[in-house]
Design a protein around this ligand. Structure first.
Ligand code: FMN
Length: 154
């Protein structure tokens, strides 16, 4: 049986893509077919077309905004009234605790997906400036959850 995960990432300076690549590496070791998609090139239809679990890794920029190239996707999601109950998702938010709107973009995406009926597989995690370190603990929890819920190897 093959297991799949699609990681949608939104990034300005590459940190979120770097995390997405780590997820891909770890997933591949676990026999999971991990696909990476840049939100700069995605529409909501692209996300809706995925029939396996998804992970959204996204940073926050000025005044709580999405990374500039992910703004069209985030606006489309914010405005949708569609039923997204077929989506099984987790959000991993990147930011910096020094900013008042810490990880705001990830928070908004997490809340909007839930509001449209999508199934939250694991609680959102907000990673700050030490994201490379805190990612490791999250990764263990994430793959354990994937194992428990979907039966993939942890
Ligand atoms: C100009 C600027 C504005 C930022 N604004 C925020 C913010 O409002 N909230 C937040 O949590 N992080 C903010 N950050 C921190 C970034 O989200 C953080 O550096 C993140 O790791 C960048 O990830 P990326 O390379 O994937 O875009 C800001 C960083 C910069 C340089």
């Amino acid at each position: 049986m093959s297991y799949e995960l699609t990681v949608f990432y939104g990034t300005e300076t590459g940190n979120s893509r770097g995390i997405a690549e780590k997820v891909l590496k770890k997933g591949s070791k676990n026999g999971v077919d991990v696909h990476l998609r840049d939100l700069a090139e995605c529409t909501l239809d692209d996300m809706k077309a995925v029939s396996h679990p998804i992970l959204v890794v996204i940073s926050t920029w000025d005044d709580g905004a999405p990374p500039p190239n992910a703004v069209p996707f985030c606006e489309e999601l914010a405005e949708t009234t569609e039923d997204l109950s077929a989506l099984h998702y987790t959000v991993l938010a990147l930011g910096d605790e020094e900013y008042p709107l810490f990880c705001e973009c990830g928070k908004q995406i997490d809340e909007k997906l839930a509001a449209q009926g999508a199934v939250r597989v694991l609680e959102r995690k907000d990673l700050g400036a030490d994201f490379m370190v805190s990612y490791m603990g999250w990764s263990k929890t994430f793959w354990k959850t994937m194992a428990r819920v979907y039966g993939v190897a942890a």
